[in-house]
Write a protein that binds this ligand. Structure first.
Ligand code: NDP
Ligand code: HSE
Length: 449
């Protein structure tokens, strides 16, 4: 047999018949990728993969993919219960009716592939248990970081490591907005509208800009990295909608980029999980991840730092992850369920319920912007207040007063400090007579160890 020749492997096994719930950005991308790369995919799976039945709300709506040969319905349950469908792909989004449909598919013993991070973050623990009980799987590579195979990398490629921490830009829409605001000076709402048009944003885009989507993804990554249950409710979350362009500018003057970062670290006494705008030194690779691109930095004790980069959203990149799951399912369909890669990387009875640290207990560097009256002694008062709390100033810039109010901005970077102490220090700074507007506080991560 010559290289590139299609084997008759696909003839040996009947085609894998896919039921597709959703024909929007991701669903359309899945049909396109399966159509375009059918030959390679069949060679990798050992059989052909055909979408045979699909659902959408409006069957008359224009689609980005061909639909020939696919039975269409507005009732997704018909797809799930179709006896001629072997595997279900859920790319509808939302909790209802997606949850009920996935549960029904698992009850029927059908493997489910989903891109729905909200559903996995909220209900993954139950869904995995149900899949396990029914001898089947829920695959969710596309739920985190779009096309980047980060779940496979952590769950399989890094299986020999104790993972200490991970940090990621894991929302494409947010990074697209921050990059365009910084580089093109465009308004937040204008760039968000473009991200929606390109199919990057969630149905409710506040999930993107308020960090909820990134928190969904971080809870999934942390569960897999640390072998613990999904704990979305414990992720500290701050969005980017309140970020000011002057802070982006001052951060750059200090040698930093501001990114919307998800961060999870394992400590002796628990795990920290947080999503917030973060200053990253501009020489770090993560600081240079722009546009809709995502990247995840994972620190394993054996391998050290590893970085995974690629498109974080969009039809084809997300379809790449969905179809990879589909190929995995095709390869393992007949394997003993107990010998498949476990959902959360460790075998189910080894998942351990680690405590989650409160934000008071995390330790990080800080960026503070104070708006102060232009009068003698103000700098000394600020420095003394910080010193009283044992906080070291690492860098400082002071700007000229920009109007007749004689208010001027002072920007400080501090060495790492416990958040509880920094909160008290900010309260004391805010009480100084010279401080005349709410203090802006952002966190800083050096991302070195
Ligand atoms: P879209 O809104 O583009 O597509 C959703 C599809 O589901 C549409 O075809 C819609 O029908 C159908 N649908 C929605 N609700 C129902 C319902 N109640 N009954 C029947 N059909 C329904 O979403 P995306 O493709 O962007 O996202 C899908 C999922 O993938 C979400 O969970 C999202 O978070 C996730 N995801 C998205 C990424 C992206 O880049 N867009 C990347 C990674 C994950 P109709 O078209 O007729 O309205
Ligand atoms: N809305 C999400 C994002 C889609 O922009 O990252 C990919 O998960």
């Amino acid at each position: 047999m010559s290289v590139g020749e299609v084997t008759n492997a696909d003839a040996a096994l009947p085609p894998l018949r896919v039921g597709l719930l959703g024909l929007g950005t991701v669903g359309g991308g899945v049909v396109n990728v399966l159509t375009r790369n059918a030959e390679d995919i069949a060679r990798r799976s050992g059989r052909r993969i055909d979408v045979v039945h699909a659902s959408a709300r409006n069957l008359g709506a224009p689609r980005i993919c061909p639909l020939n040969g696919i039975l269409l319905t507005t009732n997704p349950m018909d797809v799930v219960e179709n006896p001629n469908v072997d595997v279900i792909i859920e790319v509808m989004g939302g909790m209802t009716p997606a949850s009920m449909l996935i549960r029904r598919a698992l009850e029927l013993g059908k493997p489910v592939i989903t891109a729905n991070k909200a559903l996995i973050a909220h209900e993954g623990n139950e869904l995995f248990a149900l899949a396990q009980a029914k001898g089947t799987v829920v695959a969710f590579e596309a739920a985190v970081a779009g096309g980047i195979p980060i779940i496979k990398a952590i769950r399989e490629g890094l299986a020999g490591n104790r993972i200490e921490w991970l940090a990621g830009i894991i929302n494409g829409t947010g990074n697209f907005i921050l990059t365009a605001m910084r580089d093109e000076g465009r308004s937040f709402n204008d760039v968000l509208a473009e991200a929606q048009k390109l199919g990057y944003a969630e149905a409710d885009p506040t999930f993107d800009v308020e960090g909820i989507d990134a928190a969904h993804k971080l809870s999934i990554l942390a569960a897999i990295a640390f072998g613990m249950p999904l704990k979305f409710d414990s992720v500290y979350t701050e969005g980017i909608s309140a970020l000011k362009t002057e802070d982006v500018r001052y951060a750059r003057e200090l040698g930093y980029q501001i990114k919307h970062l998800g961060f999870a670290r394992r400590h002796e006494n628990g795990v920290e999980m947080r999503v917030h705008p973060t200053l990253i030194p501009e020489r770090r690779l993560l600081a240079n991840v722009d546009g809709v691109k995502n990247a995840v930095l994972v620190w394993g004790d054996a391998v050290g730092p590893t970085l995974y980069y690629g498109a974080g959203a969009g039809a084809d990149p997300t379809a790449s992850a969905v179809v990879a799951d589909l190929v995995d399912v095709a390869r393992t369909l007949t394997a003993d369920p107990n010998h498949r890669v476990p959902h959360l990387a460790v075998v189910p009875d080894q998942v351990s319920d680690l405590p989650i640290l409160s934000m008071d207990d995390i330790q990080t560097g800080y960026y503070l912007r104070l708006t102060v009256l232009d009068q003698p002694g103000v700098l000394a008062n600020i420095a003394r207040t910080l010193a009283d709390f044992g906080i070291n100033i690492e860098a400082m810039i002071q700007k000229e007063a920009s109007d007749e109010t004689l208010h001027l901005p002072i920007v400080l970077l501090t060495h790492p400090m416990r958040e509880a102490i920094m909160n008290d220090a900010i309260e004391s700074l805010q009480a100084l007579d010279e401080v005349c507007a709410p203090i802006v506080r952002l966190r800083v991560e050096s991302l070195v160890s």
